[in-house]
Write a protein that binds this ligand. Sequence first.
Ligand code: UD1
Ligand code: MG
Length: 419
Amino acid sequence: MEKDKIAIIMAAGKSTAMNSKKSKLVHKLYGKELVSRVVETAEKLDCDEIITVVGEQKEQVMEVLKDRTKYVEQKEILGTGHALLQVLPMLESKSGQVVILYGDVPIIKKETIEKLIDRNRNERESVTLLTAISDNPTGYGRIIRNDVGEVEEIVEEIYANERQKQIKEINSGIYCFDIETLVSTIKEVEPRDNGQIYLTDVVKAMRDKEFKIGAMIVEDNTEILGVNDRVQLELLGRVLKMRINTMHMLNGVTIEDSDTTYIYEDVKIGRDTVIHPNTTIKSDCVIGEDCEIGPNAYIREHSTLADKVKIGNCVEIKKTKVAYGSKVPHLSYMGDCEIGTGVNIGCGSITCNYDGVNKHKTIIGDDCFVGSNTNLVAPVTVGKNVLIAAGSTITENVPDDTLAIARQRQVNKVDWNKK
Ligand code: UD1
Ligand code: MG
């Protein structure tokens, strides 16, 4: 029989602590819904099937995920084991591996789950648990090992005795199971006195049948952090920020203040580029080498900066290409714009790219000098080597090598203001 790799995403639980009209799973972290992040990770694992267990506010979750996954509904929220039982009909004809993920544990790395799956396969374990060593294990299931270090069971906080509560190895809730063993064992798990069916009890049941159980300790505990409330949501944002910024710094980018630098995913930045504080760079941007991104800069999606470009203080750019060596040094908005090489955009200049209905393009040729406080009313094309007088409102195309002045002449009424 062909071996399958299946991912199940638990996403049926309540979001009470969020204090929100929305499910916590559709709240965003760095621009992506929590549950979308988990699906994205599952997609990267090359699974044959991704199944999401939905329940509370299921419409919202399904609206976000669309046909990226299959869905199974858990009509009553009766525990993690009960959630998995709902998927059982879809597993019964299969063999291979199934990995359990959570819609509210969104920053687990693909590499970690890959390791878990590989270990499960190579060691031929019936279940491989992802565990962590935590100085603050309160609230988590504790991993009970015997004298020779084998995992015997997981004991939930409410059922743990004082000695077990001292155990620092915790259950992340993420597991990789052998499908056939899981299917044959989970049916035997009885509900607890609180009516809940615990997925963790499958481990004990497997142990009783002498199936092989393994545990892999996660290296970086932040990966298994979950989101229950907005305080945790903010914490995960900070973890992700540091993870992304660290990657860029190790790649040769100088970040003056990582705390206030928000670089979204899918951004490329060249070596020796310097990023000043309070800066945001959105997804799908490409930034060259030796660029300088000033304080309070906002570089929005689909922008491309060539090498040696300067984006200065309080400058916003969107869907804009800036060619080699050009500068937008202060207080500007450039949207839907193409800027040639060797261009200087004067302080306060903006593109007027939106007419209330459509967005229009502005093209600025090589070696232009755009005077301060210029309005470029798009669509408009400014040729090469053009000088635009400060304070101009440019509504018509400008040919190469031209001086364009588009403003009222000044009138001085001498003595008009004398008492
Ligand atoms: C669970 C584990 C615990 C582990 C902890 C890690 C069990 C019994 N315990 O506890 O060992 O340390 O996670 O965070 O599994 N869910 C459903 N349907 C349900 C119940 C839960 O989809 O009926 C989903 C929730 O939406 C959530 C996840 O499963 O995403 C975990 O549920 P939660 O109630 O938080 O489990 P814990 O008590 O934290
Ligand atoms: Mg929990």
